[in-house]
Design a protein around this ligand. Structure first.
Ligand SMILES: Nc1ncnc2c1ncn2[C@@H]1O[C@H](COP(=O)(O)OP(=O)(O)OP(=O)(O)O)[C@@H](O)[C@H]1O
Ligand SMILES: [Mg+2]
Length: 178
């Protein structure tokens, strides 16, 4: 309903004095996905009350890193974003902020999360962006932004769903981690 209103008016919808960032849109290219990521970062930068934790979901090669590349462009424009698959985390520093980019594809257990200092990043001033959040559902904060990317039947087309989730809604969305 809100989404249709958004499409109709083309303007921001403000609910309870908070910018609504929930959105479902199609991406038709890598650049398109990068731009959607960049737009989300811009909104979060200009609305500091919104969560700084972005949990990405989606299959292998769907475009999560492309999304993060665009997101990071808004925070740390000179960074070269590469998949942190082996490093598990990469840090990108901008003028006023950081992006901590995690890839949890290979995470074994919670001990490994501690050993890479995952929870320490929550105390730092920066955005935490996590690929393969499916694998660390238990470690997510009480409020975060879910970004779910899925392939459609058309080549190069993706459906990108962005939603602010709190604990209650997370329970309803539990099936996304299965
Ligand atoms: N609409 C699109 N959005 C994003 N990537 C696209 C799109 N169409 C095609 N691609 C291609 O899909 C691939 C996405 O790669 P990317 O590394 O971003 O995926 P990923 O989800 O991070 O993969 P992984 O699970 O291995 O980390 C790239 O080769 C990109 O060019
Ligand atoms: Mg990736």
């Amino acid at each position: 309903m809100i989404y249709f209103l958004y499409k109709e008016t083309g303007c921001e919808i403000i609910l309870n004095n908070q910018i609504n960032i929930d959105k479902i849109e199609y991406s038709r290219s890598t650049t398109n996905t990068e731009n959607i990521g960049e737009n989300l970062a811009k909104k979060l930068i200009s609305n500091p009350a919104l969560p700084k934790f972005i949990a990405l979901y989606g299959d292998l090669g769907v475009g999560k890193t492309a999304f993060v590349r665009g997101f990071t462009r808004a925070v740390a424009p000179h960074s070269k974003v590469k998949s942190p698959t082996f490093a598990l985390v990469r840090e990108y520093e901008g003028e006023n902020n950081f992006v901590f980019h995690f890839d949890m594809y290979r995470i074994a257990d919670e001990d490994e999360l501690y050993s890479i200092g995952f929870y320490d990043y929550f105390q730092r001033h920066g955005f935490i962006v996590v690929e393969w959040s499916e694998n660390i559902q238990f470690a997510l904060p009480s409020t975060y932004i879910m970004v779910k990317i899925t392939k459609t039947e058309k080549e190069d087309e993706r459906l990108i769903e962005i939603k602010l989730l709190n604990r209650e809604e997370q329970n309803k969305n539990e099936n996304i981690s299965s």
